[in-house]
Design a protein around this ligand. Structure first.
Ligand SMILES: C[S@@+](CC[C@H](N)C(=O)[O-])C[C@H]1O[C@@H](n2cnc3c(N)ncnc32)[C@H](O)[C@@H]1O
Length: 243
């Protein structure tokens, strides 16, 4: 059985951004989306209150992304969390639609937007692995601290590749857990997963992430590290959809 669910979105004055709709292949997929949201809904308030661990690295990434954006760009963010990054980047875009699977994260993001209005920015609840964001609708897709959370990385990247216009950019920053202390990747993460405390994560390294993007026909533009504290295991990567 196939069914579609339209999502609430505030009116979009720009004709350049396609409306978001989820196309869920089955009720099992709907249940999968709900289960992904469960953990993040539970921790949304704590996540919003937690300080950024490496502020220097975060600011470096923001400056780098700002340099890649233009006020002619229609931008989609997937896994936007409570919207802090979207609020910072929206003024550098024509329109930024920031999405997250967690309705609680998006509720906090909308509260922040109400206190800090940004005409380019809107938020929507959407599962990046089950949402048709439109064909060739965006110049840039942003994915920060999300790709390692994908249950099916190839599915998420297929959606991204479809949503990008030719020449468009996927800009991502991803914890590469396989590059961390092996005790974290092979002991702590499996134990936390088995106990049900955290959702599953992919133990990625930069090479694997890069290959997954290349398999979707993307060209790697750059791979950098922006951390300012300790060993930097977050890969900042930019990939281009061929024009
Ligand atoms: C570690 S947080 C990162 C939030 C934000 N991008 C940041 O860098 O602070 C991961 C976010 O991804 C969201 N998420 C997880 N799986 C998702 C999916 N399949 N589709 C959309 N969002 C997802 C979670 O709800 C959460 O807000």
């Amino acid at each position: 059985m196939r069914f579609s669910t339209s999502l609430y979105l505030p009116p979009m004055p720009s004709p350049h951004i396609a409306p978001v709709s989820t196309t869920l292949p089955s009720s099992a997929a709907g249940a999968a989306t709900a289960s992904k949201a469960l953990f993040w809904n539970r921790i949304a308030a704590r996540y919003a209150a937690a300080p950024i661990a490496d502020m220097g690295g975060y600011e470096t990434t923001l400056r780098r992304v700002q340099g890649l954006l233009s006020t002619t760009h229609d931008v989609l963010e997937i896994g936007c969390g409570t919207g802090s990054t979207a609020l910072r980047l929206a003024p550098f875009t024509r329109r930024l639609l920031a999405t997250d699977v967690s309705s609680e994260m998006i509720a906090i993001a909308r509260q922040r937007l109400a206190g800090q209005p940004s005409p380019q920015l809107s938020f929507a609840v959407a599962d990046a692995e089950a949402t048709a964001f439109g064909q060739r609708a965006y110049d840039v897709v942003l994915a920060f601290n999300l790709p390692h959370r994908a249950r099916a990385l190839d599915v998420a990247l297929t959606q991204v590749a479809q949503a990008l216009r030719p020449g468009g950019l996927l800009i991502s920053k991803t914890p590469c857990i396989a590059e961390m202390n092996p005790l974290i990747a092979y002991l702590a993460v499996p134990l936390l997963r088995a106990s049900g405390i955290v959702p599953r994560v992919l133990c990625l390294n930069q090479q694997r992430l890069q290959s997954a993007m290349v398999q979707q026909g993307m060209q790697i533009v750059c791979a950098e590290r922006h951390g300012t504290r300790g060993k930097d295991f977050r890969a900042f990567m930019v990939a281009r959809k061929p024009g």
